[in-house]
Design a protein around this ligand. Sequence first.
Ligand code: CA
Length: 233
Amino acid sequence: MGPRILIVEDEEPLTLLLRYNLEAEGYTVDSVARGDEAEIRLREAVPDLVLLDWMLPGLSGIELCRRIRAREETERLPIIMLTARGEEAERVRGLATGADDYIVKPFSVPELLARIRALLRRTKPGQVAAQLIAGDIELDRETHRVKRGGRELHLGPTEFKLLEFLMQSPGRVFTREQLLDRVWGHDVYIDERTVDVHVGRLRKAINRMRRPDPIRTVRGAGYSFDETFAKAG
Ligand code: CA
């Protein structure tokens, strides 16, 4: 079971988007739409991280954050605040109240996922590995280095993110649209063929010297990281 994340957010479409993306990354997700409900939920069980919206019915995010810090069981609970644009003064207050990080809406999902991983790596080093290893491929999220058979590969930033994303869920098939969403960010408009171009570049970079190709093209569906390849390591 992956790290547990509690989403406290009253915008349902955003909660659904976050839940979908977090579950795809292997997190266990719970959500509540009110600040006062979140307080009750946190007394029942303490998650590994909280995504906390600023403006909430019942109890504001800032007040909830203050109460979380005041309780011994949750005083170190990692909190990322979700704030609206233009609330600079409030953001500063949020950090002063004890949030570990904040992200301004509208944000890109890959950016938020990166922040979550960074925060969990600090607080739960065992749970979010800095390295992804599959077969003879090693990907280091901190140094952004990729090796195959011990030799360093040179990938562009997009190819790196694409490989990282695919390696996280071996065997799972992602459509081009899903890959655009998760790797490029949902607010960016790019033609789906761009995905094919970058998969092509990624393959070229990692499959030198006739090594087996770990990326599967699934006709009419999309791409996936070959799970048998992943297990072979
Ligand atoms: Ca809100």
